[in-house]
Design a protein around this ligand. Sequence first.
Ligand SMILES: Cc1cc2nc3c(=O)[nH]c(=O)nc-3n(C[C@H](O)[C@H](O)[C@H](O)COP(=O)(O)OP(=O)(O)OC[C@H]3O[C@@H](n4cnc5c(N)ncnc54)[C@H](O)[C@@H]3O)c2cc1C
Length: 458
Amino acid sequence: MKKLIDHFTLTLGSQNVLTGEDIGTRYTKDSSVNKPQTPIAVLRPSSTEQISEILSYCNQHKQKVVVQGGMTGVVGGSTPQAGEIAISLERLSAVEEIDKASMTMTVQAGTPLQKVQEAAKEDDVNFPLDLGSRGSCTIGGNIATNAGGNQVIRYGMTRALVLGLEVVLADGTVLSSMNKMLKNNAGMDLKQLFIGSEGILGIITRAVLRVFPQPLSKCSAMCAVDNFDAVIEFLHRASSELGGSVNSFEVMWDNYYHTVLREIDQLTSPFEENFPFYVLLETTGSNQQLDDQKFEQFLGAALEDKLIQDAAIAQSQQQAESFWNIRDGVGLLLNRLPPLANFDVSVPISKMKAFIDSVNNQLKHEFENIDIMIFGHLGDSNLHIIARTGKEEDVKTIRNIVYQITGEFHGSISAEHGIGTEKKNYLSSSRTTEEIEIMKKLKQTLDPENILNSGRVI
Ligand SMILES: Cc1cc2nc3c(=O)[nH]c(=O)nc-3n(C[C@H](O)[C@H](O)[C@H](O)COP(=O)(O)OP(=O)(O)OC[C@H]3O[C@@H](n4cnc5c(N)ncnc54)[C@H](O)[C@@H]3O)c2cc1C
């Protein structure tokens, strides 16, 4: 081991090789409920060449490594396992170029998402990926997990926003596919292999991203709805009548909404009454005055038709943010309420009602006192479920029940967070034996020594 550390100290400089007590807690655990584990060293490269050299050396010495971005992942993927070296991308952080003619931006993988968003905005373009963890997560981590977030209904998952990638393979080979064009069918699109593969096939070092015109107007409203069928109808109406301008359609069940308001002091509901469902609807467009009128008319008609029971239209950016704080309050909730089981599942919208009934019935049948909180990016078929009895020993049974029901409904055990270590044993609920075999063959081909993020996903 000493030989390995001495080698990296020589190639990276001692300040970029952390060992022993110099390894801060930041590198010991991601945002999952995993136990922390200190890696044997943290390497902090600042270039693709350095990452290539590190992997080539580790591959020759069969040294396992874990790739670390912003450490906001919630499935244990970047938490070290015993005996691993951590490779942190934190120094590979820069926006290299914004090409407004091609509507692309080129970034390094360790750049925090918020920095990417702000750089785009400064140049009057919009990078629309947006998640609650924006301040800490990195674009490399977003690509590695194919992150979803709040605007998927309009712009798609991260995959839809990536045009080109540079990746370093386990043996140090640099695979450069820094394509800037929307259309490129010259053979296989290899970058797709790495998007969403959670760092088990290669380390993403740079990316070409799609950008869009900066929106000139924004309308936000919190709406109250009294039954699930009306929520679905409201979604379809919003999609057709607001002409493709819907950015977000976030649904919160009353149990989630009221728990967040109770647990987090500064938050208040815009409604005096309580309702079974709350929808945070947001659109963006090009003319604030006209868009306001259209938005108000749409909500007025929905109220008249009794599709929604009440609506609070944000009168300022600050009020819009206060609505989002209720939705994003989950981050604080997860820290305050453990032990709990936290799910990120997808189910076809047509089956969602039956799925939720089944989850509620089976969990309540198994546990007398269980809190179940549901919210999600409903327009993307994505539900987040938090279930807690307050007892650590119940978490595994809760997981078994929910993932089994997810499989029965042909849903996905991971809509957007990935598999990591946490859901590895449940992968077969959502993927066939043949699919998992092909994943294993790809891993074996690209990383025959199994050094990269070993033991994650498959
Ligand atoms: C408050 C909060 C809100 C969140 N909201 C959302 C949400 O709405 N939607 C959503 O999808 N997720 C959400 N997440 C989860 C998380 O933020 C995302 O998964 C994010 O994409 C992870 O990025 P990261 O840089 O923190 O990656 P990390 O946690 O560091 O790593 C995640 C995985 O990617 C791998 N990895 C990281 N960087 C690279 C790289 N350069 N090359 C190869 N592999 C790499 C790691 O090894 C690990 O397996 C949320 C998390 C929190 C804490």
